[in-house]
Ligand binder design. Structure first.
Ligand code: NDP
Ligand code: 8X3
Length: 257
């Protein structure tokens, strides 16, 4: 029997990168996958592969986490067989721009704050009450090393991820005694679409972020998420910082070229 046989695992931001890797990793554990993102067609295209890996069922949900009413409609009134969410991987997020704060774009700031902070809160607000009522569940927030250390041009993105860290700690305190566990996984550099999104589609600039070093793969992070969720019920992993061997802090990166 696989570790998550028939258990419902919700992953936000499942159309790409770390979220898509979490979907694959939980599929291998026999989970029933509830997968959300705006680009739901990508998730639908991936569903046969996820079933092949071992997912018991896959349900794709088109969702913009910035819209609280949409989150409530999509996740607050699920069919009975999907409503007992056992693991929430609250991962949807993004970075926009790398400008100094005094030269930053208000649009970029709003998009990051609305997605990384408010979007994460929207999903928690809808999903966590059920976990608390059932006295069972695991919430994994995907934060970042950027929430622990600011770096040049990181300003608002770092601020949103520092908020994720504080929200994670607050949620863990508020859920004390319910049996619901709360973790943050805070990666360093991971090769996904993250940098392409940050630089508004500039692939060359995105590629230069990883020049001469070996970043994490999304699957490396997913492995940590599954490990957290599969600990015995009395064990709560509160936080994991996971870095490439070539990275020592937000600003210390070893490059071979
Ligand atoms: P990707 O760009 O590859 O994936 C981001 C995911 O978030 C996509 O599935 C995207 O789906 C989803 N998303 C973005 N905005 C929204 C929204 N408004 N509503 C719903 N889904 C949304 O990047 P990563 O996989 O790297 O990023 C995942 C998380 O990991 C983010 O929170 C990021 O901050 C964090 N992180 C990333 C690191 C890295 O170096 N890559 C390091 C540390 C943390 P869609 O566009 O289809 O809606
Ligand atoms: C992503 C990691 O350091 O590129 O959160 O901001 S970093």
């Amino acid at each position: 029997m696989a570790a998550f046989d028939d258990r419902v695992v919700l992953v936000t931001g499942a159309s790409s990168g770390i979220g898509a890797a979490c979907a694959r990793a939980f599929a291998r554990e026999g989970a029933r996958l509830l997968l959300a993102a705006r680009r739901v067609e990508r998730i639908r295209a991936e569903a046969p592969r996820l079933s092949g890996l071992g997912a018991r069922d896959v349900r794709a949900v088109r969702l913009d986490t910035r819209d609280y009413d949409a989150v409530r409609a999509a996740l607050g009134d699920l069919p009975a067989e999907w409503e007992e969410i056992d693991v929430l991987v609250n991962n949807a997020g993004l970075s926009r721009g790398l400008a100094s704060l005094h030269e930053g774009s208000l649009d970029d700031w709003n998009e990051m704050i609305d997605t990384n902070v408010k979007g994460l809160l929207h999903v928690d607000r809808v999903v966590v009450p059920g976990m608390a009522a059932r006295r069972r569940g695991t919430v994994v927030h995907v934060g970042s090393i950027a929430g622990r250390q600011a770096y040049p041009g990181g300003n608002v993105y770092c601020g949103t991820k520092a908020a994720v860290k504080a929200i994670t700690d607050g949620l863990r305190i508020d859920l004390l005694g319910t049996g619901v566990r709360v973790a943050t996984v805070d990666p360093g550099m991971v090769r996904t679409e993250f940098s392409e999104v940050r630089f508004h589609g500039d692939r060359e600039r995105a590629d230069s972020v990883y020049r001469g070093m070996t970043p994490l793969a999304a699957d490396d992070v997913a492995e940590v998420v599954v490990w957290i969720a599969s600990r015995p019920a009395h064990v709560q992993i509160a936080e994991v910082v996971v870095l490439p061997a070539d990275q020592a802090s937000a600003t210390h990166v070893h490059r071979r070229t």
